[in-house]
Design a protein around this ligand. Structure first.
Ligand code: CP
Ligand code: NVA
Length: 329
């Protein structure tokens, strides 16, 4: 059956079939090639998009804006709306649905993006919640497809760090969908919620994926990609001290890269990253706890196997694919 995503929201990739996800990835690759060849598009011409942000962002906001402009849409950035303060989510969704052809939401609760989708009557896209970051993992898979000379169902993706955050959850989900071998390496306290793991393991039986967890960093052996994220996600800042204790042994170092025994293993990170002291938050943590490099060393971050800026660019191409497929002409 041909894939048709018109009118669909992207709240979590759990709601998408493997074919639908592959369709989005292939469309993103096509749109990337089109942009590289200098062709301007009109696939979103006449469309109006609103970007709702409760949390800060560089990549996600800019990716949505540039992707929209590239294909002819107009964008409103809204970070100080009445939503939830003086106006209910339901009423806000109904109002925005009258004005706009698509709504992006970044914020805390997954229920917020779900309620928006329930009431807006137009596609709603999750630009990150505490639980999931679906547009990020589409970019990650496109980067893997571009940099690893294997089909996705032969790829071993190892995620090291806070395996129960939005990135850990979303990478596990897309791996299960696309038949990848996913290994989460973390202290047990940071393993993801058991219900989600069981659900993804059930799915893995159908797709051929493998979903594993380990506390032992030796489990990086044979990895095609090592992925990490910040130790403390937005909204969890009070947990810095505890996380430093838990996650210091899991920092991605050159020794960890070598322990893959795969010289072609790439390094991925959704960014932003605390790999040096060039940020005010990074310096604060250094002054308080003496930790200069957090989840990844500067050496790994800057090494040739690091594809983090390809990955950042791919946010734009994949988000463009999501908007074109769900709200395009
Ligand atoms: N990776 C990511 O979502 O980046 P931003 O927080 O800058 O949007
Ligand atoms: N886990 C991080 C991802 C940032 C893109 C956070 O939620 O802050």
């Amino acid at each position: 059956m041909p894939v048709n995503l018109k009118g669909r929201s992207l709240l979590t990739l759990k709601d998408f079939t493997p074919d639908e996800i592959r369709y989005l990835l292939n469309l993103a690759a096509d749109l990337k090639a089109k942009k590289r060849s200098g062709v301007r598009g009109d696939l979103l011409a006449g469309k109006n998009i609103v970007l709702l942000f409760e949390k800060t962002s560089t990549r996600t906001r800019c990716a949505f804006e540039v992707a929209a402009y590239d294909e002819g849409a107009n964008v409103t950035f809204l970070s100080n709306s009445q939503m939830g303060k003086k106006e209910s989510l339901e009423d806000t969704a109904k109002v925005l649905g009258r004005f706009y052809d698509g709504i992006e939401f970044r914020g805390f609760k997954q229920e917020t993006v779900e309620l928006l989708a329930k009431h807006a009557g137009v596609p709603v896209w999750n630009g990150l919640t505490d639980l999931y970051h679906p547009t990020q993992v589409l970019a990650d898979c496109l980067t893997i497809m571009e940099n690893i000379a294997k089909p996705l169902n032969k790829v071993k993706l190892v995620y090291v760090g806070d395996a129960r955050n939005n990135m850990g959850n979303s990478l596990m989900i897309i791996s299960a969908k696309l038949g990848m071998h996913f290994v989460g390496i973390a202290p047990k306290a940071l393993f993801p919620e058991e219900g989600l793991v069981n659900e993804m393991r059930e799915l893995a039986k159908v797709t051929g994926a493998k979903i594993e967890f380990s506390e032992d960093i030796a489990a990086v052996d044979g990895a095609d990609a090592i992925y990490t994220d910040v130790w403390v996600s937005v909204g969890e800042e009070a947990q810095f001290e505890e996380r430093i204790k838990l996650l210091t042994p899991y920092r991605v170092t050159m020794d960890m890269m070598k322990a893959t025994h795969n010289p072609d293993c790439i390094f991925l990170h959704c960014l932003p990253s605390f790999h040096d002291l060039e940020t005010s938050v990074g310096r604060e943590i250094y002054e308080k706890y003496g930790v200069a490099e957090q989840e990844v060393t500067d050496e790994v971050f800057r090494c040739p196997q690091s594809k983090v800026f390809d990955e950042a660019e791919n946010r734009m191409h994949t988000i463009k694919a999501v908007m074109v497929a769900t709200a395009g002409r």
